[in-house]
Design a protein around this ligand. Structure first.
Ligand code: LLP
Length: 426
């Protein structure tokens, strides 16, 4: 059940009608439902708490990349979440939001030495290493700062996640993880290196997974590897199963969280090890909408264009991955309103600034407010100022009230980091 539903004819969430927010903050504006984030987190927690294999041994590390707004991360931190971070910037966000360092894992193929040092000084739970070269560098950095890095090695299981090729990460040709055949050697090497405490193994095969089967296959391979490593005398105390659980953008039926927990419980049965998961999209995607106003309805001999005030710089997913996002009128249309096929586009000077083609929409006119659904994940975080457009403000809805959690910058602020060219004599 979506947190966003019509109440008295107006799309609302957490007891807040969305037209209130837009008329006060302006548009476009991202709105996040605190209630929906909480419900989604609790569903993960309950699923992993209900099984003896995972109860009390699972750390839910929210993938900050999905939505790094401090209000979102701190909502999850207050519920007990840890974080999966991929940069010093995300680590700083997680710490600022109150996530204990002992619940933070650091993923990513290109951690710099400075980032490694910062993470070690913060004392985070685990660094997921993705190559032999990275392991050697981390050992040197840890030794230099007099710290020990708790390390998991991310293995590439060469499994097809059956998702969009741009968000698939667990196949042989992908840049992620250590190649299957090279993994055992690297684990053995990790045990010998100074400054490295090898704690576990990590895997992540992709994002927006709609079927559980690819997970089953990947996890089976990982468990096989764990048995082999242990037989070889390499202790593995923790398995990080990554993220990737999909959501319903267009009527898909994504796997339920309980069934996902079941697969992980099955994988670790008898292994006596701790579990980490790194969900991002599933926690925050359905919890967010991007509100946008119709700037103009433009009819050409060929088509009808609904030009809205949000654009690809605010929500890049349709332009970047051909992603589908549902559009909902904020004022509920009359049940007998005739729907027509329209193209919904932004104002940016690029042909790819199209949110939807041939979309059936009830009649809309200039000034109408629309909500772009499932925009809570990989929305605001991927935005830019392209075409001189200010970053969109963000609002958190909670318990009948709302709060601006990122304000719209002023025009002066947008220029403040830059400088004109040198003054030269002509
Ligand atoms: N862990 C790792 C190592 C990851 O690379 C990712 C996502 C996650 C966890 C979280 O995955 P999630 O549960 O959110 O699927 N911008 C794309 C998605 C990129 C995902 C990158 N990695 C999109 O808009 O679809």
């Amino acid at each position: 059940m979506s947190a966003f539903a019509y109440r008295d004819g107006v799309l609302s969430a957490d007891g807040v009608p969305l037209d209130w927010v837009a008329s006060s903050v302006g548009s476009p504006v991202y709105c996040y439902s605190g209630g929906a984030i909480t419900t989604a987190y609790r569903a993960f927690e309950a699923a992993f708490d209900s099984r003896p294999e995972t109860r009390g041994r699972t750390t839910i590390c929210y993938a900050v990349k999905a939505n790094g707004n401090l209000s979102v991360v701190s909502t999850l931190a207050a519920l007990g979440a840890g974080c999966d971070i991929v940069s010093e910037g995300e680590l700083r966000r997680a710490l600022a939001a109150g996530v204990p360092p002992g619940r933070i894992v650091f993923s990513g193929v290109g951690k710099t030495r400075d980032e490694m040092a910062y993470a070690l000084q913060a004392g985070i739970m685990q660094i997921n290493v993705e190559s032999a070269e990275e392991l050697e560098a981390l050992s040197r950095v840890a030794t230099a700062c007099g710290r020990t890095a708790r390390v998991a090695i991310r293995v590439n299981p060469d499994v097809d996640a059956e998702t969009h090729s741009k968000i698939s990460t667990g196949q042989r040709h992908d840049k992620f993880g250590v190649a299957w055949d090279e993994a055992p050697g690297l684990f053995r090497r990790a045990r010998k290196l100074p400054g490295i405490d090898l704690v576990g193994i990590a895997v992540h095969i992709g994002s927006q997974l709609i079927r559980l089967e690819p997970y089953r296959q990947a996890f089976r391979r990982i468990v096989e590897l764990v048995h082999g490593l242990r037989a070889d005398g390499v202790p593995i105390r923790r398995i990080d199963f990554g993220g990737g659980l999909g959501i319903s953008y267009r009527g898909e039926t994504p796997p339920d969280i309980d069934a996902y927990a079941g697969i992980i419980a099955e994988a670790v049965r008898g292994l006596d090890c701790d579990v980490v998961i790194e969900p991002g999209r599933r926690l925050v995607g359905p919890a967010g909408v991007l509100l946008t106003r119709v700037v103009r309805v433009k009819k050409t001999p060929e088509r009808s264009f609904i030009i809205v005030d949000a654009a690809m710089n605010d929500l890049v997913r349709p332009a970047m991955y051909d992603a589908y996002h549902e559009f909902l009128p904020v004022r509920r249309p009359a049940p007998d309103a005739p729907a027509a096929e329209v193209d919904i586009v932004g104002p940016i000077c690029e042909s790819t600034d199209i949110f939807a083609r041939d979309r059936l929409l009830p009649p809309v006119k200039e000034g109408d407010l629309l909500a772009i659904a499932n925009a809570g994940a990989y929305g605001a975080v991927m935005s830019s100022e392209y075409n001189g457009r200010p970053l969109v403000p963000e609002v958190l809805l909670q318990d009948g009230t709302w709060k601006i959690v990122r304000r719209r910058p002023t025009w002066d602020e947008m220029l403040a980091l830059e400088a004109p060219a040198l003054d030269r004599e002509r």
